[in-house]
Design a protein around this ligand. Structure first.
Ligand code: CO
Length: 150
């Protein structure tokens, strides 16, 4: 277990797309353990592998409500919406409002390669969407909510 450095949004790595995980091995487990430690140390609710410089589809979330390790995560359904202020460990001292689904149906693999379906709501759904964005090179402020447009 180790704390890894979190890169910030001036680093072009955060704009790249991550690749699928194909090996559910000790290297993946080490990455997951380190990401968890790094997220807790930084007092965050989620972290994506690109934030520690690894362009692989791996995210961890700990909202206090749920703890998730998600490999190759997808969103296979959404319902409702919520608008709330969002931040990111890679974007210190910047927050803005972002609209996200209120509920998401999450589909991912756990650390052993077993497929999981999980329904997430509220902050859990928000964190899941935020971390998946990182895997596509998208940052939360790209989605800043500016109110209803004409
Ligand atoms: Co983030």
């Amino acid at each position: 277990m180790a704390i890894r450095d979190i890169i910030n949004d001036t680093d072009p790595q955060l704009r790249k797309k991550s690749r699928e995980v194909t090996e559910y091995d000790v290297k993946l487990h080490k990455l997951l353990d380190d990401m968890y430690d790094t997220m807790e140390e930084a007092d965050g609710v989620g972290l994506a592998a690109p934030q520690v410089g690894i362009l692989r589809k791996v995210i961890v979330i700990d909202t206090g409500d749920v703890f998730i390790e998600a490999i190759n995560p997808r969103i296979c359904g959404v319902a409702g919406s919520q608008i709330s202020v969002e931040g990111c460990l890679s974007v210190p001292s910047n927050n803005c409002e972002v609209s996200r689904p209120m509920h998401v149906m999450a589909e991912y693999f756990d650390r052993n390669g077993t497929k999981v379906f999980k329904e997430l709501s509220g902050l859990d759904a928000r964190a899941y969407c935020h971390e998946i964005d990182h895997l596509n090179g998208v940052l939360f402020y790209d989605r800043e909510y500016k109110g209803l447009q004409d």
